[in-house]
Structures are given as C-alpha cells and as structure tokens.
Design a protein. Structure first.
Length: 278
C-alpha cells in the first residue's frame, strides 16, 4: 500500500484559495484508493483518476488489486518424518470492492499479518499427511497443490483475500530417498522392458507354431489326395507335355507300361479262371 501526501500542489490551471496545502492521489488502472477523513476510513474505495485531499485532515492509500505472487520456500516433514524442501508460489489479489474491508479489519500489512502465516501453516498441515514419495510424482504434487489451495481459500476468502492458484515450482527430496526412488524407477523400467521382450518372444513362438501347423496340415491334405489314378494321370500328362522327349517303350505283357503290366496280367488270369481255362 502506498500512502499519498504531496503537500502543497500548484496546478497551472487550478488556483487553490488562500494558497492552502493540498494533497493529490493518482489512482491508476488496477488500483483503488482507501481514503480516511478525520481518522475514519470511508466505506467506498476511490476509483482510478486524480483525487485531492487535505493532508492535515485526510490521507489516501493506494491499493494494488491486480494478481500478485508470494514465493515461499519451506522445509516440511513428510508422514515418515523425512524433511523435504518445497518451493511454492501463491497467486492472490484483494478485489477492489474488498479493499476497504481488508484495510479496516486487518490493516495495510495484511500480507505479513495473515497471508504468509496461513501459507506456511497450509504447507505444514497438508504435506505432513503425505508420504515423501507423493512429492516425487506429478499426480502427488498436483493433489498436494490442490489441497493447499483449498486450505488457503477456506481461511482467507472470508477475510477478503482471494487466492487464485497454488503452484509447486520445485521439490527437493532427501538425498538418500531420492537415490532410492531413482533406483526403484530404473528397476521398474527394466522389469517392464523384460516383460515386453518375454511377451514378444511368446508371440513370435506362437506365430512359428501356427506356421508349422499350417504346413503340416497342408502336407497332410496333399498326401491324402494323391492316389494311383492321380499319379498315372500326372505321368501321362508329363509325357504329352514333353514333345521333344524321347520315349523308350519296353515291351511288357499286354504292351502296357511296366507300372500297368502287373495289373493287366492279373485281370487276364482272373478272366481265364472264370472261363474254366487253366
């Protein structure tokens, strides 16, 4: 807050009667003025612009109503009693329509009076309920930040201070714990990699088994479909397809190829027996 008292002010276009002293408060955008006359604070804030007052009887404080930031670095214990360093930012503001109430009930140093102590209390109360490993994960930090924000709003909103957000900038874990966490994460990554490789190997084996089964089934089907008639057909087809091939016929019984001779002889013998011939 900035209290303005400029003493005698001479304006080129304004003549003050009897040369009396006058104060001038310049309120810019993003600010409001809190004015007191005869020690009593006015109920309504001053808007942006120039505001004259008599320094001997009045004063004007300029209040910033834009978003402001408090950076806090705290050493906090976890639920295990391990100490971690937490770097945090709190974004807040005092709305213009609440500035007068805050000035009356808390005073111009509200930041040091209640805001910073409540921030420290929130950090201690919230973080102490979490294991230190929660500070190592994004989800854990987000939850901690949300709980700190909820705590601050429950305490400060009724006092006229609006807490907009809580940002966890950095968390420094105890060295020994940080090393153990990193080792655990490395082990988990290696385990996941091995699990992936095992799954891939099983899939590859299943593919090979399926391929082998397909080949075996195919061979079984082919083998069952090959008959004597099929082989004779393919043999004759081969002879017809090779016009340039020299074919040597070997005399056999009934002038049939060797593979047919035995069958022809059997048919002849059977016919002769049926006719009663030796």
């Amino acid at each position: 807050m900035r209290r303005v008292s400029l003493g005698p002010v001479l304006l080129g276009l304004l003549v003050l009667p009897l040369g009396s002293g006058c104060g001038l408060a310049v309120i810019e955008d993003g600010q409001v003025g809190v004015k007191a006359d005869f020690g009593k604070i006015a109920d309504q804030p001053l808007g942006s612009g120039w505001h004259f007052f008599v320094p001997a009887l009045s004063w004007v404080e300029v209040w910033n109503v834009k978003t402001q930031e408090i950076k806090e670095i705290a050493l906090v214990p976890s639920s295990e009693g391990l100490i971690s360093q937490l770097d945090m930012s709190v974004l807040y503001n005092v709305p213009g329509d609440r500035a007068v109430a805050v000035r009356k009930t808390i005073g111009p140093n509200y930041r040091e009076t209640i805001l910073e102590p409540y921030i420290r209390e929130a950090i201690r109360n919230v973080v102490s309920g979490y294991a230190v490993k929660a500070l190592f994960s994004d989800a854990g930090r987000k939850e901690i930040g949300e709980n700190i924000l909820a705590f601050l709003r429950s305490k400060l909103d009724q006092r006229g201070i609006v807490v907009q957000d809580v940002l966890l900038r950095d968390v420094r874990l105890p060295p020994s714990f940080a090393q153990s966490i990193e080792a655990k994460l490395r082990a988990e990554q290696e385990s996941l990699q091995k699990e992936f490789e095992l799954t891939k190997a099983k899939k590859d084996a299943e593919i090979e088994i399926a391929r082998a089964q397909g080949v075996a089934k195919s061979n079984e089907i082919i083998a069952s479909s090959i008959s004597d008639n099929y082989l004779r057909y393919k043999w004759i087809e081969g002879l017809q397809a090779n016009d340039d091939m020299t074919v040597i016929y070997v005399p056999t019984e009934a002038n049939l190829p060797i593979m047919e001779a035995g069958r022809a002889r059997g048919l002849i013998d059977r016919a002769m027996k049926e006719q009663g011939k030796p």
